[in-house]
Design a protein around this ligand. Structure first.
Ligand SMILES: [Zn+2]
Length: 149
């Protein structure tokens, strides 16, 4: 933090706003793509060609917004990880592998729960939260998960 900003700003990784804009539907709503050729579902969405059957017929696919925790780790250092997702807030960060209700697996942060309460099989739902700063310093928002109550 500084005298100019009330929130922590760091620029150890740079992400362009152009790419963030193109991928917004996946980040906000978990929109992936489905191949008409082989029926495979992809998240994040694929552009152009299906990696499995090489079909060019890919359509948007809405992933379910609920699922269950398969495995998780608790991370307590505040630095950016390889996905570019930064740590915001106080306390420990819980990163989980979540199996969505259609069988897709997504790695995401869990929010609004104590690390001690997280367990495999826990039901979770989609929640859009702050992710990181973009190259123009705007906040980028994206998917995280919270306990489904
Ligand atoms: Zn395919």
């Amino acid at each position: 933090m500084s005298e100019f900003a009330s929130e922590w700003i760091d620029h150890d990784m740079i992400f362009t706003s152009f790419r963030a804009w193109r991928e917004r539907l996946g980040r906000y709503r978990l929109e992936g793509s489905k191949c008409a050729g082989c029926g495979e579902i992809w998240f994040p969405r694929r552009h152009g060609v299906c990696p499995k059957c090489h079909s060019r017929d890919l359509a948007p696919y809405q992933c379910p917004h609920t699922g269950e925790v398969i495995e998780f780790i608790i991370k307590d250092n505040p630095f950016t990880d390889l996905s570019g997702t930064q740590y915001h807030g106080r306390g420990k960060r819980v990163i989980a592998i979540i199996r969505l209700d259609d069988g897709l697996h997504v790695a995401a942060d869990l929010e609004d729960c104590s690390p001690a309460d997280v367990h495999p099989g826990m039901r979770v739902k989609l929640s859009t939260r702050k992710w990181m700063r973009e190259s123009n310093s705007n906040w980028q928002y994206g998917y995280k998960f919270t306990p489904a109550r």
